[in-house]
Write a protein that binds this ligand. Structure first.
Ligand SMILES: Cc1cc2nc3c(=O)[nH]c(=O)nc-3n(C[C@H](O)[C@H](O)[C@H](O)COP(=O)(O)O)c2cc1C
Length: 174
């Protein structure tokens, strides 16, 4: 699968079969996460990988109803920003760097035949604080997003609708 195919076929997967993800594949997901661009190459992120069923349930509880997919997931990756590494003149770039890392995980998952869904965390501070508390994170480590991961119980290979919208694009001038 090439990059364009991964981008065009990717969709959120919220149902998973009961099969663990090989540690080599988890490594590949993390490698993808850490291979994206980041502001001034700050690489201002850290990741918490979870496969323990009880912990996955606690993560689901922490993020509320929209995080239900975690209950059947084989693994989760909590993407966090690291404020000690963020670009001092404009620290908020950490949010963009975290989003790139999360999206790279989603695309790598697609390529590896895994399902993934992004579970929004930052800037919903109740979720941020709940994840912070659950993992006893240091103050400078801020939860950004959760990826629920697993082998898909739905077909992720069939073609998806074309989302290109001509009226969103302006050439040379508005
Ligand atoms: C910032 C962000 C937060 C999201 N939060 C959730 C969530 O909490 N629960 C969920 O099931 N999906 C969540 N999603 C997935 C979106 O619902 C999904 O990407 C969107 O509906 C488009 O569908 P697709 O991913 O299949 O293309 C989130 C996606 C993003 C980018």
């Amino acid at each position: 699968m090439n990059t364009q195919q991964a981008i065009l076929t990717r969709r959120s997967c919220r149902k998973f079969i009961d099969k663990p993800i090989e540690s080599e594949k988890l490594h590949q997901l993390l490698q993808a996460a850490m291979s994206g661009p980041s502001c001034v190459n700050a690489r201002d992120w850290s990741f918490v990988v979870v496969t323990d069923r009880g912990r996955l349930t606690q993560m689901a509880d922490a993020n509320g109803r929209p995080a239900e997919p975690l209950r059947g997931a084989a693994a989760a990756i909590l993407v966090c920003g690291d404020l000690q590494r963020a670009f001092p003149p404009a620290q908020d770039y950490w949010v963009i760097d975290g989003a790139i890392a999360a999206q790279n995980i989603c695309l790598a998952a697609q390529e590896l035949g895994l399902g993934a869904v992004w579970l929004g965390t930052w800037p919903q501070m109740d979720r941020v604080q709940a994840q912070q508390k659950l993992f006893a994170l240091p103050e400078h480590i801020v939860p950004h997003s959760v990826l629920a991961l697993g082998y898909p119980a739905i077909d992720l290979t069939s073609p998806r609708e074309d989302r290109y919208e001509e009226n969103r694009v302006h050439f040379e001038q508005w």
